[in-house]
Design a protein around this ligand. Sequence first.
Ligand SMILES: Nc1nc2c(ncn2[C@@H]2O[C@H](COP(=O)(O)OP(=O)(O)OP(=O)(O)O)[C@@H](O)[C@H]2O)c(=O)[nH]1
Ligand SMILES: [Mg+2]
Length: 485
Amino acid sequence: MIFFLLCKNSFQKNITMEKSDRQVIKSIVLSEFGSDGPIPVIYWPKSLEKRAGLLISMKTISLLMGDSTYQDSSEINGINYFGVIPFPDLKLTGLTYFFLIPDPKARGNAKAATITILVDEDNKNFLYENMKYLRVIIDRTATKIQETLDKIKYQQYIDALKEELNEFTIELKDPFSLKRKIKIVFVGLDKAGKTSFLYGVKKKYSEIIKSMPTKGVNRSEEELISQKNSEIMIWDLGGQQKYLDKYFEQSKLYLYNIDLLFFFIDIQDQKRFDQSLALYRNVIRSLNDFDEFPPIVVCLNKYDPDLQNSEETNQHYQYLYEKIKDLSDRFFVKIFKTSVFTQWSLMVAYSFGLGQLSPNRELFRQQLKQFAKKTSIESILLLNENGIIISNYSHDDTQEKVFEISAPHFQTLYKTFKEFKLLKKDYIVSLSINDSKKMVFKRIKVQKYTLYLLLLLEIDTSIDKIEQNLPDLSDNLVELVNTYI
Ligand SMILES: Nc1nc2c(ncn2[C@@H]2O[C@H](COP(=O)(O)OP(=O)(O)OP(=O)(O)O)[C@@H](O)[C@H]2O)c(=O)[nH]1
Ligand SMILES: [Mg+2]
């Protein structure tokens, strides 16, 4: 933290460009956690101000590791993920890859490292739009760095990275587009419950009752955190046969350029399972033809609370689960049981899907994990104002599940208490759980956003301990929240 303050100054004028203004990528920095802390090992351009390089190293590495110095590689073992990080003082935004370099001399036999490529903050959309390509290119460089023992080669690898990125951007039609346009598509047979799901997510219950079959496509906008940089459009495709035919005939319009796909199957409608799966197969085929592989969330829907113990329904679930997995070959697919009667089930599936759109989801999780460690919290979950789960972290899966189910209830309670002016503080604490644990639901302000934390902790952990560590968490989240999507 102290370092950030020291470095706060305006350096951007010192970052000169080697070529023309058309160059999108302004700088590349390879950082390492050296014996004196994070330092830029290799950077481009050569004219990059020393303190700017140091700021980039400090910030990226400390987001990776928290305030604690890097001492135990088991803590961050298996770390390799991306994040989009703003550097307002430099008027730059970076795409950072976090990874470890094996080093027998370092504690834990590895050193934390980051590769950051930077663009003008006004061009940050370039990073989002081209994320999947940039990730591949940077990942390759990181692997080369991890594999060599010869540090002299680092320069050569970063030069090659610069060249490759340069070639990549030259081929792009418009690297300077201003808004990230995200397309989320809902597909499934008619009456599968797509429109109801979307109303349910927004808690527009009265609309669910009135809901009519969707004619053609219903487009709506989603606002997750900040709408400044992105526009999230949801396409709810009516599922009647006459419309389905049209989507495939004009697939370039409907099924092209999808960032996230929700696919719905009515788990109560056994007669139409095969028809549903045939539709799924066709959608997969069409995506394959376009060479596009968006993440897919499959909702086995109408899994109503009263059916949860039904043997038959669970057999159907198993059947559909396996069929879907079989059909989804090259895709990242996650399958959920959902019902409009359990609002949390909608939120869990919906949040998971939206989370896939964020390049910072791992970074958020890492922040929650660090906070949890410092405060001896077992489980932690971060919600936005609308009950969408931004991130969570938990020691075990069962707890995570319980948390996802409990969170909306706590949020409702919190808002109710607040409305009736029963809250003196900005948190509520549950009764003891199992005589040893308690839950705390707390509102936090992160910049202009109101977010909520649900925490599971030892019964005798004081709320003060949480409060003491919150400012650090909020500070780090401020940095990340604006680049969440
Ligand atoms: N039991 C049960 N019924 C549901 C659920 N979700 C939706 N429904 C009902 O299923 C019917 C169809 O829901 P819609 O949301 O209109 O379905 P859709 O997939 O949008 O249908 P199309 O617009 O024709 O493609 C409505 O009567 C809903 O009330 C659910 O989770 N459980
Ligand atoms: Mg509909």
